[in-house]
Design a protein around this ligand. Structure first.
Ligand code: NAP
Length: 297
């Protein structure tokens, strides 16, 4: 990659960011299309967010990816919010429009494209169970609703958070029936018994998360129970992609279910962000190959 005095800046802000594959993916894409743009990852602790946003505005950055823990708080620095970002209540991509930032949620489209890619079919009419009720689970639930899933059941450790999520989405996505359950609620067994899709949208099992082993244990306990109710055809999709074969996937594969990690979602949310920054279609196969050859993948 050749940098010049005219090179423009896109970046990732989050905390931590050292595990991220986004610089690899985006720099490969900029280079392939001959765009004079570079992508850097900045580790920004919450207390420095305001300063970082001011600095990036002053320096003329043209695009930004946003990850944990800034997906909600970054809204305070945005001039306009796209519809999906409003519905999800979280922003993972910023694009410069004139002097201001527009905030988007490209996880919604990224998840849908990735899921339909591995399923090789539309998810319209399917019944899905989502584990977790945080920002990623919300994006997944919006995505499933937009794609015409017949039912989306959100199962979370804190049942009231799952309820808040579905109550917020149901009026906007009337074609889908949303349900909320706590992990220890017996009724969630009925949702599991008819699930075509089981999606892990918790960070449990993620190698970058400290104390992940203990968390994984709690997730596995729940999932082992879940397995006794799931149909044989249920497809597992884990939003986590490091490790490449996650504990959630191990469990699926051991019981004969098919399973996928979240690398495809990362790729396709990145491709959508790339399109918003450059107004060009992303070179998907080049981005995918760059991530695959990255030592951290
Ligand atoms: P978040 O907002 O912090 O939500 C975390 C969720 O996990 C909450 O529902 C929380 O339940 C649950 N949880 C956390 N610790 C738990 C534990 N010990 N036992 C049971 N449940 C627990 O996080 P997020 O932003 O939604 O992200 C979730 C995951 O998705 C992360 O691993 C992130 O890296 C991944 N992700 C991947 C992609 C991709 O492109 N592949 C995109 C976005 C996110 P409570 O509500 O009960 O606390």
């Amino acid at each position: 990659m050749k940098l010049s005095a005219k090179t423009q800046l896109c970046c990732l802000i989050g905390h931590p960011v050292s595990h991220s594959l986004s610089p690899t993916m985006h720099n490969a894409a900029f280079e392939a299309l001959g765009l004079d743009i570079c992508y850097l990852a900045f580790d920004v602790p919450p207390a420095s967010l305001s300063l970082a946003m001011e600095g990036l505005r002053a320096l003329g950055a043209i695009g930004m990816s946003v990850t944990i823990p800034h997906k909600q708080s970054v809204r305070n620095f945005i001039d306009e919010l796209d519809g999906d970002a409003l519905l999800v209540g979280a922003v993972n991509c910023l694009a410069k429009r004139g002097p201001g930032w527009v905030g988007y949620n490209t996880d919604v489209r990224g998840f849908l494209v990735a899921l339909e890619e591995v399923l090789e079919t539309s998810i319209s009419g399917m019944s899905a169970v989502v584990l977790g009720a945080g920002g990623a689970a919300r994006a997944v639930a919006v995505s499933l609703g937009r794609a015409g899933a017949s039912r989306v059941s959100v199962i979370n450790r804190a049942g009231e958070r799952a309820k808040l999520l579905v109550d917020g989405l149901q009026p906007h996505l009337e074609g889908t029936t949303f349900q909320a359950f706590a992990w220890d609620q017996a009724e969630c067994g009925d949702a599991l018994a008819t699930a075509d899709l089981l999606i892990n949208a918790t960070p449990l099992g993620m190698s970058a998360v400290a104390g992940s082993e203990a968390w994984t244990e709690s997730l596995l306990t729940f999932q082992k129970l879940a397995l006794t109710r799931l149909p044989a055809h249920t497809v597992f999709y884990d939003l986590i992609y490091a490790p490449e074969r996650t504990p959630f996937m191990e469990l699926a594969l051991a019981s004969g279910h098919s399973a996928h990690n979240g690398l495809g979602m990362l790729l396709h949310q990145g491709a959508e962000s790339f399109r918003l920054w450059t107004r060009r279609d992303a070179p998907i196969s080049i981005m995918r190959a760059a991530m695959a050859s990255d030592g951290t993948s």
